[in-house]
Design a protein around this ligand. Structure first.
Ligand code: BGC
Length: 729
């Protein structure tokens, strides 16, 4: 007789239902638990044999194969599902390609490129026996004090949705069962970046109207595009922790949106319901809350296994709740092809493909497009060909930990000081900024180097030596910023100034009177008004990854014309926060008494080595109906002397509406490559439906009336052309 679940001719849904019928309660609950694969006290083999555990996180390579063997020998032989944080490349795997972090990638505004990044990552991840990445991050970074800004696509919900959708497509491919497809995970559901004071997983009080307006749309977009898993955030919103929030996980995500995939709780979310958030008096109550709310996979909290069994045996939780979660998990395993060979992938090519030349070339390209030119006084950049001697100074010039950023090396010792060793990553594979500059310069110009100071340590004793070196050069390139102990999970900041003795170093370099170019290697916006005033040129390189050093050098020497635009606004001072561009109008003034309200740099800002002129903004039809598309046209001319890419941004403001709406909201964008002197018309399509607001009855609707359309090079008013159109009944 055919065993339906073993037969690939049946659909994943049919196979899951068949398998479920054959399972004991214990086997079903085991599928729902995802222990930490690195926990030495609970070796995976034992957990598989004794508890029928169905998924682990943070296991790679040969171990995956070994544990799959163990699982194969269990009564039903259900393959394991392995998950990992491969969020800008397969950062846990030695030799894997490391791309810029998400915030860097986002500054490219290039969905095709981001899709490719994800596809390459998926290929490398799959070759190590892993099937699932906890990426992309869809949190909006509206408070740069928050530790995890580097993991986001910035502050805007529309751009986040577009780029996240591209990333999901890249990971999951056309067919989940393909050997190079892995599961994506939209996280952290929802509004995790919006906790008070920028404090990781602190208080959060967002009305459902605001959730639906700002934070849910990017998730909805990736779910509609087929994202298979969603991770519930750590924090509580309005007193309800995400993993206990039935309204969020069940009513909205699974029912209203029809999400058919799997909800995974974040690391020990179920434990936290009892231990830190204190909504459950013990772990059993916490397990019940997690089940009722709609979590399918419980990350880390091993005790969930026994507690869930007790709850079902005592009749507190119906077995159907377990069945429903288990069915979803099994269906995904079938869709992935785990029962049909993919759990034992052919890894013979792994060494050849992981970190191969082609993948590294992609890392280089992405680093180029992630770089944002923030200042370029008197066109000091690109560097003059006649320069004979350059001084490269600064703590991030030759520091791979700072350059890679979080989730790659992420090593920190017990004092929080960055170390490069914790994942055993081979540093020799990367090119630091110093190496990149040396490699590009060749014999001439001569490159001198001094570190000058540390990012953390405040000692100034090496500054004098750096100044001496700087004095021998014609130009100074100062590479400063932050490092992995200053951002990341649980690593929020109250102050965003340069740390260590970096400010003193820059001031001493400035006093030499030599042209001062600053390269920022950092995970988040820093408050650097002195730098903006005093540096002659500034490059924001973020955490540019493995090929970041080469990319920075290519920009400095003019081999590549920078085109990145900021996706997060930079404050001058933390007291100005929030500074995101899409604020609601209504503040009784437009300035602080002691400071301007203007950010240092606005969302969408970024320079080029050439210049672009915008003219003739128009719409095809300035009276549109709900189901129409607004066709926006604008002429762009490259008025400089170099070819360059321009990112054209379209913002809309609903002029009068039943609820207050932001002064402007990004609704579309386009990228255009223009030769010097070339002039083209760009078309951007904006569906009228995308102009919706969420009214006080929580209905999403486009209210008829007049709208302002703003198109230009950044979100700043002075960079935008404007026109109007009307939405009619
Ligand atoms: C983070 C998640 C991550 C998970 C697994 C948690 O601490 O919040 O983003 O995916 O750990 O590593």
């Amino acid at each position: 007789m055919t065993v339906v679940y073993r037969d690939p001719l049946y659909s994943p849904a049919e196979r899951a239902v068949d398998l479920l019928k054959r399972m004991t309660l214990e086997e079903k609950v085991g599928q729902m638990v995802q222990p930490n694969g690195m926990d030495e006290e609970n070796p995976p083999e034992k957990l598989i044999e004794e508890k029928n555990i169905g998924t682990f996180l943070h296991i790679i390579g040969d171990k995956c194969k070994k544990y799959q063997e163990t699982a194969r020998k269990t009564r039903l032989g259900i393959p394991l599902l392995f998950g990992i944080d491969a969020i800008h490349g397969h950062g846990f795997q030695d030799g894997a390609v490391i791309f810029p972090t998400q915030i860097g990638l986002s500054c490219s505004w290039n969905p095709e490129m981001i899709e490719k990044v994800a596809a390459i990552t998926a290929r490398e991840v799959a070759l190590t026996g892993v099937h699932w990445t906890f990426s992309p991050v869809l949190c909006l970074a509206r408070d740069p004090r928050w530790g995890r800004v580097d993991e986001t696509f910035g502050e805007d919900p529309y751009l986040t949705g577009v780029l996240a959708e591209a990333m999901v497509r890249g990971y999951q491919g056309e067919d989940l069962a393909a050997s190079d497809s892995i599961l994506a995970c939209a996280k952290h559901f929802v509004a995790y970046g919006e906790t008070t004071g920028g404090r990781d997983s602190a208080e959060c009080d967002i009305s459902e109207r605001k959730l639906r307006t700002l934070f849910l749309p990017p998730f909805k977009r990736v779910i509609d595009a087929g994202c298979t898993t969603v991770m519930a955030g750590y924090h509580a919103n309005d007193g309800v922790p995400c993993s206990a929030d039935r309204r969020l996980l069940k009513d909205i995500l699974k029912e209203e949106w029809g999400f058919e995939g799997v909800v995974v709780s974040d690391w020990n979310n179920i434990g936290h319901l009892h231990t830190t958030q204190k909504v459950a008096k013990d772990l059993k109550e916490a397990a019940g809350m997690g089940l009722n709310a709609g979590n399918d996979i419980i990350m880390f909290t091993l005790e969930f296994y026994n507690r869930a069994l007790e709850l079902v045996r005592e009749g507190v939780i119906k077995e159907e709740v377990i069945d429903e979660a288990c069915r979803r998990i099994l269906e995904l395993k079938f869709r992935l092809g785990l029962f049909d060979g993919k759990s034992f992938p052919d890894t013979s090519e792994a060494a050849e493909i992981i970190g191969c030349r082609e993948h590294r070339e992609a890392a280089y390209q992405t680093a180029l497009e992630s770089i944002v030119l923030l200042k370029n006084q008197d066109n000091l950049l690109p560097l003059d060909k006649d320069i004979k001697r350059i001084a490269v100074i600064g703590p991030n010039a030759d520091d791979i930990t700072a350059q890679y950023g979080d989730w790659a090396i992420a090593g920190r010792d017990e004092n929080g000081v960055p170390t490069a060793e914790s994942y055993g990553y081979d540093k020799k594979l990367a090119t630091t900024v110093l190496q990149g500059i040396r490699g590009r310069a060749g014999k001439e110009p001569e490159i001198l180097y001094e570190k000058g100071c540390d990012v953390i340590d405040k000692r100034k004793e090496n500054i004098a030596r750096a100044v001496k070196v700087a004095e021998q050069a014609e130009v100074i390139i100062a590479v400063v910023g932050d490092t992995t102990c200053l951002y990341g999970e649980c690593l929020d900041r109250a102050d965003l100034n340069l740390t260590g003795a970096q400010q003193e170093l820059l001031e001493a370099l400035k006093r030499t009177g030599k042209p001062l170019l600053v390269v920022l290697i950092n995970g988040k916006p820093l408050t650097v008004p002195w730098v903006i005033e005093n540096a002659d040129a500034i490059i924001e390189a973020w955490n540019p990854g493995m090929e970041g050093g080469k990319a920075v050098a290519s920009v400095l020497f003019g081999d590549f014309n920078p085109c990145g635009k900021l996706t997060i606004s930079f404050p001058r001072h933390v007291g100005q926060l929030p500074v995101y561009y899409n604020q609601l109008p209504g503040w009784h003034t437009d300035r602080y008494q002691d400071m301007t309200v203007e950010p240092l740099f606005s969302f969408g800002y970024g320079l080029s080595y050439t210049s672009f002129e915008y003219s003739n903004l128009r719409v095809k039809n300035n009276r549109v109906k709900q189901d129409d598309i607004i066709n926006v046209y604008v002429d762009i001319e490259n008025t400089g002397s170099r070819a360059g890419i321009e990112i054209i941004q379209a913002y809309v403001n609903d002029l009068y509406s039943s609820v207050t709406t932001p002064v402007k909201e990004l609704k579309g964008f386009s990228r255009l490559n223009l030769k010097p002197g070339e002039k083209r018309t760009v078309e951007i399509e904006i569906p009228v439906r995308s102009l919706s607001l969420v009214n006080r009855e929580l209905e999403e609707m486009v209210e008829p009336g007049e709208f302002e359309l703003m198109v230009g090079r950044s979100s700043r008013d002075e960079d935008l052309l404007t026109t109007k159109f009307s939405v009619i009944e």
